[in-house]
Design a protein around this ligand. Structure first.
Ligand SMILES: [Zn+2]
Length: 279
């Protein structure tokens, strides 16, 4: 049995770990965004892509109304569209890229840290939905002109083979990155010691990434206030619901066993979740 302990950390540096980063690196990490967490030698910047507040409509979830009301979620489930910038060993890794819409805040978030698209070394994609890869392009061209881009082969193939041209946009976006696009299998060794984990179900090759004590879970949970306690309920966006439920349970258990801090692309802003085993 395992449960998530919800902990909202809003101040710079958080309290979940010591800053083991070398001084020279720490000096270059000017943190003006207020949603930063230090976990041992990595620094995690929460970059919210959407403007304003965001509630997922209750009808999105297949949970009974009575449960949603009991949890105080009858008006909606607090969420966001977010990306995460991790600084580790002098490298900058961006996990997903947001919507790429006119009001997207990703580039402004990077700018607030003194960074531009050209400063990103790696882009790790959890999956190929538009709210995760939309920001890969800027005015039709690549937004990260130096970055090596990683996506699970299972996810790439899933969208490449999607009927009715549903994967065409994703293929076109990724195609712009040419030889800088890398497909991996789960378990392959990735840059910066990143471990890719099979969290498929939401999409054909939905991927969670572990880096140090951080677990980036993509769209494992669209409504963390509901699904962290009730992983059996899906959002309608989950393509294979049975697998999505299995992935939620497996990732939660993994995070608890390993004592990881969990972030997701639709968690409400600054909600870093520590998973603690319970009796
Ligand atoms: Zn999403």
């Amino acid at each position: 049995m395992a449960a998530f302990a919800i902990a909202a950390l809003s101040s710079c540096g958080g309290s979940t770990g010591g800053d083991g980063a070398p001084q020279a690196q720490a000096d270059s990490l000017v943190t003006r965004a207020d949603m930063t967490l230090v976990l041992d030698s990595i620094k995690v910047h929460w970059l919210k892509d959407n403007e304003g507040d965001k509630l997922m409509p209750p009808a999105l979830f297949d949970a009974p109304d009575s449960l949603m009301s009991r949890l105080g979620l009858q008006e909606g489930v607090p969420s966001s569209v977010s990306t995460f910038l991790v600084e580790c060993g002098g490298r900058r890794i961006l996990f997903d890229t947001g919507n790429g819409a006119a009001d997207s805040r990703l580039m402004a978030g990077l700018d607030s840290l003194g960074l531009g698209g050209g400063d990103i070394d790696y882009v790790m994609l959890t999956h190929l939905h538009g709210d995760h890869i939309g920001g890969m392009l800027l005015d039709g061209d690549v937004a990260f002109d130096r970055a090596q881009v990683y996506v699970a082969r299972q996810e790439y193939d899933g969208w490449r083979q999607m009927p009715d041209g549903k994967g065409a946009q994703a293929m076109e976006t990724l195609g712009k990155y040419g030889e800088r696009l890398h497909l991996f299998d789960y378990g392959d060794s990735l840059p910066c010691g990143i471990v890719a984990l099979d969290a498929s179900g939401h999409t054909p090759g939905h991927t969670a990434y572990r880096i140090g004590r951080l677990l980036v879970v993509g769209d494992l949970m669209h409504g963390v206030a509901l699904q962290s306690s009730y992983p059996e309920y899906c959002a309608s966006y989950d393509m294979d619901k049975e697998r999505a439920v299995g992935a939620r349970r497996a990732m939660m258990e993994y995070a608890c066993d390993e004592g990881l801090t969990v972030v997701g692309m639709h968690f409400p802003p600054s909600l870093y979740v520590d998973c603690l085993p319970v009796e």
